[in-house]
Each structure stands twice: as structure tokens, then as C-alpha cells.
Write a protein that binds this ligand. Structure first.
Ligand SMILES: C[S@@+](CC[C@H](N)C(=O)[O-])C[C@H]1O[C@@H](n2cnc3c(N)ncnc32)[C@H](O)[C@@H]1O
Ligand code: SF4
Length: 351
């Protein structure tokens, strides 16, 4: 039932964080014995803005709200509530999380709640000092996005000359610390056809670090662009790649079996407090500024977009899901849209 191969990919993280084990056992008890839905991980967008210009960025449609972004006490409140729901991991994301001035404080707080902490970053602000500050705060994982093993291609993809070189330097510095390094890359029709993804995965193998491979999703900068969705042939290539020794996709580290974890054991909180199933599915179940996360979580479990379990990324591959829930957002400027205002959801509920 539990995928040993995937646990193996994270052996260093588990070995170094043995104190988390009782909480993991408690989560399995709630899942298997009490039959309760259990939150495993919360992604918190600690900032909406970014210092890069990636044309594909899913966060581009989540950053244009008015009003203040999450404060440190609000981030701490999300962590506290998430822990009550079972969370054993918190990922600080964005926008560019390293631009958030209270990132280290947020990490420190989460570590005191006995959860694993990670941050996904473009690497531009990973100075020697910042890495050591995050290490001192107890950060477990830095996941760096790398779009290509070719420095020119990566820099062009991020719209920032010198980004690749900064990442290579940061990798050296991270290795001086206790922080585990991971990479993240986006699989597109282009880089699956020309072997570009495989070259990034080979680089991760060379470093002996895990790499998350995200299938291209028509969200954010790619909203409304169905051409970015992987063809059947490239989907097969993607599926082969995520079976290799160091690669994984987000649905391979679930409590039980491989599949889309979004809204079931993973949630994403935007920089303005909306709770959405994942960054690619920009449908809000409520805002932590208006009600407790536990209440929003219950709503999410009660009003699931999909009842059946899917063994793939539904936002990238499930044609029926995309037609019903992603396509209607193509022309919306008011994302994330509230679940009860989503046209397909309204239609289903009203018969
Ligand atoms: C939105 S970024 C935020 C964190 C940080 N700024 C970074 O780039 O790593 C999180 C991850 O999502 C990936 N990503 C962004 N837009 C995507 C899309 N439309 N499809 C697939 N992956 C995407 C990025 O490459 C990155 O690894
Ligand atoms: S993917 Fe990350 S680095 Fe690129 S624009 Fe989005 S938030 Fe910034």
C-alpha cells in the first residue's frame, strides 16, 4: 500500500527527522482506522510578487488582488490549523518566497510545531547568508526550480540573465548546511520531445538529489492555452521519467497510493488567504481571513471536484476535469473563483 520506492527517494529527509514519525503514525491511524480525511501538506504562498518573469507562471493569476498579503501571524495561524488537520509538511512558496522578509521566522515557527519545512525558489536570492539563516531556522528542504540544464535556456525561461549561475553557486552553499536540496522542473511538449527534461533529471542524478517534475498546466501565464497540455506521446514520456530513480511528481508521495493529492491531502493557501486545492486549480473554498482553515477544509472534503481517485495530475492530464473545471476559467480575471460561483459546480449542484 505504501510505496517504498518513493520513501526511498526521500530517505535522507526521513532519516534526519525521525521525531516526525509519531505524527506520521497518528495520521495513518486517522486515515485507516478512523477513516478521516487527513491533510498531509500545506503550500503557503508567503508572497505574491516575484523577481523573475517566467511566462508560464501559474501564480501570475493569483497575485493581483487588492489589500495586504499574509502577515507572519496569519502564516503562523495557517500552520497551527494545518497541524491540527494532520499536516506533517509545510511548503513556503509564492511568488518568490525568498522575497518574503519573514520567511525565516515562519520556518522557525513551523519547525517548533514538528512539521517538515520546505521552500521552492527560483534561487536568485539564495545568498550564502540567507541559506545559513534558513538553516539556523531549521528549514529542511530548499527546492530550486531549474527549467533547463543549458544555462542560456534556463535564463531565457526565467527572463533573468545569470539565474543559472546563481543556482549553481547556491547548490554549493546549500551543501555546506543540513538543508536537503531538491530540484523542480516543468515538463513541456518541447522539452519532453527534445530530451531537455531528461537532461535536468540526469543533472539531479549526478547531484544525487530528488527532482519534482511538474507537467505543464494551463494556469497563470498559460491560462487559456490548451497547446501547452502534454500530448499523449509526451505524457507517456513524462510517466516514464517520473519512474526513474531521482524523479517524482507531486502525486507520488501520498499517504497511500499514487494519484492527485490536491484538495485531498494537499492544499494551497494564496498570498491573500484563499484556500485552493493546488496552484493549478484556482478554485477557492474559502478565505482564512473569514473563517478557520478547519472549516474550509471540511467544505473541501464535502464538495470535492472529483469523487473518484485519479492516479494522474488531473489539472494537466484529465480531459474531463479540464473541460469541466479549468476551461471555464480561461477568460476569468477574478481568480481564484469561489467554488459556489464556478459555472460547472453550480450546474452540478443545481442539477
Ligand atoms: C509558482 S513557482 C513559485 C516558487 C518559485 N518562485 C519558483 O519558481 O520556484 C512554483 C513551481 O511551479 C512551477 N510552475 C509554475 N507555473 C507552472 C505551470 N503553468 N505549469 C507547471 N509548473 C509550473 C515553477 O517552475 C516552480 O517550480
Ligand atoms: S515560476 Fe516562480 S520564478 Fe517564475 S515567475 Fe512564477 S513565481 Fe516567479
Amino acid at each position: 500500500m505504501i510505496n517504498i520506492n518513493n520513501l526511498w527517494k526521500h530517505r535522507k529527509l526521513l532519516r534526519n527527522n525521525f521525531q516526525i514519525v509519531p505524527r506520521v503514525v497518528q495520521d495513518y491511524y486517522r486515515l485507516l482506522v478512523l477513516k478521516q480525511p487527513v491533510l498531509r501538506k500545506v503550500d503557503i504562498a508567503v508572497i505574491a510578487g516575484c523577481n523573475a518573469k517566467c511566462p508560464f507562471c501559474f501564480a501570475a493569476t493569483l497575485e493581483n488582488e487588492e489589500g495586504p498579503q499574509l502577515s507572519l501571524p496569519e502564516i503562523q495561524g495557517i500552520v497551527t490549523e494545518a497541524v491540527k488537520l494532520g499536516a506533517i509538511a509545510v511548503e513556503f512558496i509564492g511568488g518568490e518566497p525568498l522575497m518574503c522578509r519573514h520567511l525565516a521566522d515562519a520556518v522557525r515557527f513551523a519547525r517548533r510545531q514538528n512539521v517538515l519545512t520546505s521552500t521552492t525558489t527560483n534561487g536568485l536570492l539564495l545568498t550564502h547568508k540567507k541559506i545559513h539563516e534558513l538553516n539556523d531556522a531549521g528549514l529542511n528542504v530548499i527546492q530550486i526550480s531549474l527549467d533547463s540544464a543549458d544555462h542560456r535556456e534556463h535564463d531565457a525561461s526565467r527572463g533573468v540573465p545569470g539565474c543559472y549561475a546563481k543556482i549553481m553557486q547556491a547548490i554549493e552553499w546549500i551543501r555546506e548546511t543540513d538543508i536537503e536540496l531538491m530540484l523542480s522542473t516543468v515538463a513541456t511538449n518541447e522539452n519532453l520531445s527534445n530530451d531537455g527534461v531528461m537532461k535536468v533529471v540526469k543533472f539531479a542524478e549526478h547531484l544525487d538529489v530528488p527532482i519534482t517534475v511538474n507537467p505543464a498546466s494551463k494556469a497563470g501565464g498559460w491560462k487559456g492555452n490548451a497547446n501547452v497540455l502534454l500530448t499523449d506521446e509526451n505524457r507517456r514520456r513524462f510517466e516514464q521519467i517520473v519512474q526513474t530513480s531521482h524523479a517524482r511528481w507531486a502525486g507520488q508521495v501520498n499517504f497511500l497510493k499514487e494519484g492527485c493529492p490536491c484538495g485531498k491531502e494537499v492544499i494551497y493557501v494564496t498570498a491573500y488567504g484563499h484556500v485552493i486545492p493546488c496552484g493549478f486549480i484556482q478554485i477557492s473554498y474559502g478565505n482564512i481571513r473569514q473563517e478557520p482553515l478547519t472549516q474550509i477544509w471540511d467544505r473541501m472534503q464535502e464538495h470535492r471536484l472529483m469523487q473518484e481517485d485519479k492516479n494522474t495530475c488531473i489539472a494537466a492530464f484529465d480531459k474531463a476535469f479540464i473541460k469541466d473545471y479549468i476551461d471555464p476559467l480561461d477568460r476569468r480575471e477574478d481568480l481564484p473563483v469561489y467554488i459556489h460561483d464556478h459555472p460547472t459546480y453550480k450546474q452540478k449542484v443545481n442539477g
